[in-house]
Design a protein around this ligand. Structure first.
Ligand SMILES: C[S@@+](CC[C@H](N)C(=O)[O-])C[C@H]1O[C@@H](n2cnc3c(N)ncnc32)[C@H](O)[C@@H]1O
Length: 276
């Protein structure tokens, strides 16, 4: 819970934090409502940094234009998972990809529709959950996600199995998430965020609740080993794990991301994988 999200928390009646389990259905329902409620504030705060048709992987500012994790996308069918307002999918479309952008939240997709209209890059938008992809097997040549979906589902293996199913052989799946080691610290960009307060090995989800104890926001923690195991279990091949360093002179904070913390330990993990 934080001041940054005060209006979403007020709208959802969030009263506290519970450390307890949250299954797939509860995680989906809570996060759909949460992202609907936070969509306007999220874009008011981060829209300028993300751009309308730009592909930024993380708060450290790594851009696909330079990183080229997906390679040449011209003519490729590319799925973006957890697209938010879909700036990455529009960037891909601008480079000749046939991009499809998927998100759980109608509130986030409303921003995506407006940005499609504003840019003239009309990428198809799909409302669905990352662990229930409504596409035929082998229908994409690449898939990507910038902090979308993966931390919010109860079973990350189900996301990876779904992504593997909809990709054709040889296709890349690249996704960024909060670096697993950040879990041990409080979500504080200042000095308070430098002291360990919980175990890296405690996978109990972070759950915000309302007065009745119903979840209003759910985030699931996985260790680095959990990610690797789930990827391998889904039949994917791990090519690289990129831990972007905090760039010199980059002063912009994003939630718990800050120059102070970024100079000491990673904030983002970018997994580069492919379907063999
Ligand atoms: C931090 S935002 C990132 C959005 C976008 N990629 C960006 O960089 O701005 C997380 C996104 O994940 C979406 N999301 C949450 N749970 C999801 C799920 N189960 N399936 C698909 N998307 C989900 C949210 O609606 C939200 O748009």
């Amino acid at each position: 819970m934080s001041d940054q999200h005060a209006s979403a928390e007020l709208a959802l009646g969030t009263t506290g934090i519970a450390k307890r389990g949250a299954d797939a259905a509860e995680s989906r329902a809570a996060n759909r409502r949460w992202w609907d409620a936070d969509a306007d504030d999220y874009h008011a705060e981060h829209g300028g940094f993300l751009g309308a048709a730009d592909f930024v992987w993380c708060p450290e500012g790594v851009r696909e234009a330079e990183a080229r994790f997906l390679g040449d996308v011209r003519g490729l069918r590319v799925l973006e998972v957890g697209c938010g307002s879909a700036p990455c999918a529009r960037w891909l479309a601008g480079r000749g990809a046939r991009a499809v952008a998927l998100d759980l939240s109608a509130g986030m997709l409303r921003h995506a529709r407006a940005a499609n209209a504003g840019t003239g890059l009309d990428v198809p938008l799909v409302q669905a959950s990352a662990d229930q992809l409504p596409f035929r097997a082998g229908s994409f040549d690449a898939a990507c996600s910038a902090f979308g979906g993966v931390p919010f589902v109860a079973d990350v293996g189900e996301v990876f199995r779904e992504v593997a199913r909809v990709l054709r052989p040889g296709a890349p799946w690249v996704f960024s998430v909060t670096h697993p080691m950040r879990w041990i610290f409080p979500d504080d960009p200042g000095p308070g965020g430098l002291t360990v307060t919980q175990s890296y090995f405690d996978r109990t989800p972070y759950v915000e609740v309302d007065e009745a104890g119903s979840a209003t926001y759910v985030e699931h923690h996985r260790t680095t080993g959990d990610y690797v195991r789930a990827l391998v279990g889904a039949g994917l091949e791990l090519l690289d794990l990129v831990e972007p360093e905090w760039p010199e002179g980059h002063t912009r904070k994003w939630g718990q991301w800050s120059p102070l913390r970024g100079q000491l330990f990673p904030g983002t993990a970018i997994f580069r994988t492919r379907k063999p």
